[in-house]
Design a protein around this ligand. Structure first.
Ligand code: PEP
Ligand code: MN
Length: 353
């Protein structure tokens, strides 16, 4: 890929920080937040003008009426401004308003037709474009979007990691799956990589932790949704923070060495954490099924502990350990604990406690 540096990022302090509300809601709201952020040298101001919402009927952004507000931020506060574009029309209107940076949202990146239309609309236009990961964990689709833009002549490209959606109850709104952005960085090291902890977390309590993780993993910057009154925000009100909270998060970031042993080890640790999370999810699923078996045993008046089943299970553990070149005794210890916890869960169901 033919990549040029993004001057706004080059001039920025480290980490690059994009901050501002999920959505521009009114001129007063935009100016109020932007003033607070400008006083602390945030790299660029973000605000969604056109919002891709999951369900119809939610606030879908103020539309082009909000563009002059961003222009005002840029002119009065000398802060570069960024907004999300999803159609050639958005691009045309954003360019006319002098927007400095465009970003492509996760739902758009997932759609090659839409990305191609955007790329075609950007032919011959020299503007930095940040591409968020697609909603699904598909690295090739993410890189494909970058390539479509690059083929159309967009050279000032960057990436934003905002996590990946999945079904069911979860800690994060969008699972970080750090291995994907890390692999992207390995393959395209010349592209600046920002982390959007707001959309990964879905709740402000997790922002500090995720921001630190991103720094430990050598990300170049952060994009954090910031609102003067998060509770009153018309979109994503659980995950936004007031500017003062943003500054606390930024001030508390520990900057560890990004190369050499430190950087390498954090990457491995992130993978281990990911695997631990996966193991935990599987164990939780196993316990759930054990409880369901408990229900059946209760209805049918069956015994919880059935020795033949126990022997069978333990034998399978031993064979599987050998298959994976794992220490049989160590694996037996681990699975004895898992098995006895499953029994305990069943006993509680059968005895109604
Ligand atoms: C946003 O940044 O406000 C946004 C809509 O993000 P995403 O595309 O990551 O959902
Ligand atoms: Mn948002």
């Amino acid at each position: 890929m033919n990549i040029d540096k993004i001057d706004i990022f080059e001039k920025s302090q480290h980490p690059i920080v994009g901050a501002g509300p999920c959505s521009a809601e009114s001129e007063e709201q935009v100016m109020h937040i932007a003033r607070a952020l400008a006083s602390r040298g945030v790299t660029f101001f973000r605000a969604g003008i056109w919002k891709p919402r999951t369900k119809p009927g939610s606030f879908e952004g103020v539309g082009k009426e909000g563009l002059p507000w961003l222009k005002r931020v840029r002119e009065e506060l000398s802060m570069p401004v960024a907004t999300e574009v999803a159609t050639p029309e958005h691009i045309e209107q954003s360019l006319a308003a002098g927007i400095d940076i465009l970003w492509i949202g996760a739902r758009t990146t997932a759609n090659p037709f839409a990305v191609q239309e955007i790329a075609d609309a950007l032919r011959g236009v020299d503007i930095p474009v940040l591409v968020k990961n697609p909603v699904n964990p598909d690295l090739e689709l993410w890189i494909g979007a970058l390539e479509r833009l690059n083929n159309a002549g967009v050279t000032r490209l960057g990436c934003i990691h905002r996590g990946f959606s999945s079904y069911g109850e979860k800690i994060f709104r969008n699972a970080p799956q750090w291995q994907l952005p890390l692999e992207l960085k390995r393959r395209l090291p010349q592209l600046p990589l920002l982390c959007d902890p707001s959309h990964i977390a879905g709740k402000r309590e997790l922002l500090a932790l995720l921001s630190q993780e991103a720094m430990d993993l050598n990300f170049d910057g952060l994009m954090i949704e910031t609102h003067h009154c998060p509770e009153c925000a018309l979109s994503d009100n659980r995950q936004q923070v007031v500017p003062e909270e943003l500054f606390i998060i930024l001030d508390r970031l520990v900057h560890r060495t990004s190369d050499g042993e430190g950087g390498e080890i954090s990457r491995y640790r992130a993978l281990l954490d990911e695997i631990d999370g996966e193991l935990m999810r599987l164990i939780a699923k196993r316990m759930q099924i054990a409880r369901e078996i408990g229900e059946v045993k209760r209805e049918r008046g069956l015994r919880v502990f059935q020795p033949f089943r126990y022997n069978e299970t333990m034998e399978r553990f031993a064979t599987n350990s050998a298959l994976h070149s794992l220490d049989v005794e160590a694996m037996k210890d681990i699975f004895e604990v898992i098995h006895s916890e499953s029994i305990r869960q069943q006993l509680r169901i059968v005895n109604d406690i």
